[in-house]
Write a protein that binds this ligand. Structure first.
Ligand code: ATP
Ligand code: MG
Ligand code: MG
Length: 382
């Protein structure tokens, strides 16, 4: 399996788990990121490059040592990737489009993909006030670029709080989005193979606390019809991209109370909402990504749950004061059906340090385990 060397731009946890999957297939991976980045820690065979993952020269240096290039983060120099002389998956055009959330939304709208209403604003009270008068309050003010984990979003509650949001987001280029009054948030991972074959993973529900993904429920507790609609919309969304090449895409959406789905954003890479696939599906999102990038087969059913009854909850482990998150990890090790994945990162409050996949055969069973992991005590029986 080791005929092609895969270059990964970015060496955080997504890169690390991609390396893990590639290692099992004897596929060599070279990583561009800082010395001792999570993906490098578990990769002694790679011919790595040290430097920032958005540095054009470093990207070109990495490409020279690889046969195929991919990313684990979209905030990279897409122009450098476009001229690196190697196949890049997903395509640099897609990366460039997605890294600007406003351009991404405009593009999706032009392709008739449903999104919340939005408009570009300049960083003035007047401009935001105009948006609020047209679309109502609250609305979401968003940075066009470099956003992740909700950093780059600010809720504008009323005309009086516009200045507060502008201060929070500093002088970045912004746009405004109408509030999506959602019932819940759904996500679907899509895999595109080089020959154009497309697979979808199950439809999941993502729950956020303070704008950061807290838990993922697989499958989502919505009707099968809504799950199917979400998968179809995710496929259509990925198919609409300029030239999506190959690889996995995370498609985030809002489910409104009347059943309507709106696309929130696309991640052109493995995604937090797909971590449960490592222990809950036939093939993990990371392995699917590696296979799609280097052109290895991905048979039908690869993206299915391991068994028809498989149910999973993924819990993110965020740094707590005095490394309080360690307690959750210890409980996970002592709880049947729990798989602990740590990223090799130093603990800092609020930092994503790992996740736990809770695997069971029904939601009640997984919920019980989740309650124990978080609280250290069992759920009272009703
Ligand atoms: P990620 O870590 O997923 O990349 P991000 O920083 O790119 O996050 P978004 O996905 O734009 O941020 O938004 C983060 C969360 O904020 C969403 O998952 C949702 O809970 C909420 N949100 C975003 N846009 C809206 C909206 N228009 N209406 C209501 N809530 C929203
Ligand atoms: Mg995002
Ligand atoms: Mg998001």
């Amino acid at each position: 399996m080791d005929s092609k060397v895969l270059g990964i731009v970015g060496g955080g946890q997504l890169g690390r788990m991609t390396v893990e999957a590639a290692n099992r297939l004897n596929i060599k991976t070279n990583v561009l990121d800082a010395e001792n980045a999570p993906a490098k820690q578990i990769n002694s065979t790679g011919d790595h490059v040290t430097g920032p993952f958005n540095n054009a020269e470093k990207i070109l240096e990495l490409a020279k040592k690889c046969d195929v290039m991919t990313i684990e983060v979209e905030h990279v120099d897409a122009g450098a990737l476009a001229k690196c002389g190697k196949p890049v998956y997903p395509s640099p055009d897609t990366i460039k489009l997605i890294q600007d959330k406003y351009a991404q939304k405009k593009y999706l709208q032009s392709k008739d993909i449903p999104v919340a209403e939005f408009e570009g604003v300049d960083s003035t009270i007047e401009s935001c006030q105009k948006f609020g008068e047209t679309y109502g309050y609250p609305f979401m003010l968003k940075s066009k670029r470099d956003a992740y984990d909700g950093k780059g979003n600010s809720v504008v509650k009323s005309a009086d709080s516009i200045q507060l949001s502008l201060d929070e987001l500093k002088s970045k280029e912004l746009y405004a989005e109408k509030w999506a009054p959602f019932d819940c948030e759904l996500a679907v991972m899509v895999v595109k193979e080089l020959d154009g074959t497309v697979h979808t993973y199950p439809c999941v529900e993502t729950r956020h606390v303070n704008n950061v993904c807290h838990t993922v429920y697989a499958p989502a507790a919505v009707s099968l019809e809504i799950q199917d609609n979400a998968k179809e919309l995710a496929k259509r969304t990925v198919a609409s991209l300029p030239d999506s090449g190959a690889g996995v895409f995370g498609v985030e959406m809002f489910l409104l109370y009347d059943g309507e789905l709106l696309i929130n954003e696309i991640a052109p890479r493995p995604h937090n909402s797909g971590h449960y696939t490592q222990d809950g599906c036939v093939t993990s999102q990371f392995e699917a990504h590696v296979r799609a990038c280097v052109g290895l087969p991905l048979p039908e059913g690869a993206t299915n749950f391991s068994t028809p009854a498989t149910t999973a909850i993924m819990l993110n482990i965020l740094g707590q004061p005095n490394e309080g998150e360690m307690k959750i990890c210890e409980r996970a090790l002592a709880t049947p059906g729990c798989a602990l994945h740590l990223y090799g990162k130093e603990s800092r409050v609020g930092r994503k340090l790992g996740h736990i996949n809770i695997i069971g055969s029904n939601l009640a069973e997984c919920n019980k385990k989740l309650h124990f992991l978080e609280n250290g005590e069992n759920l009272e029986e009703p």
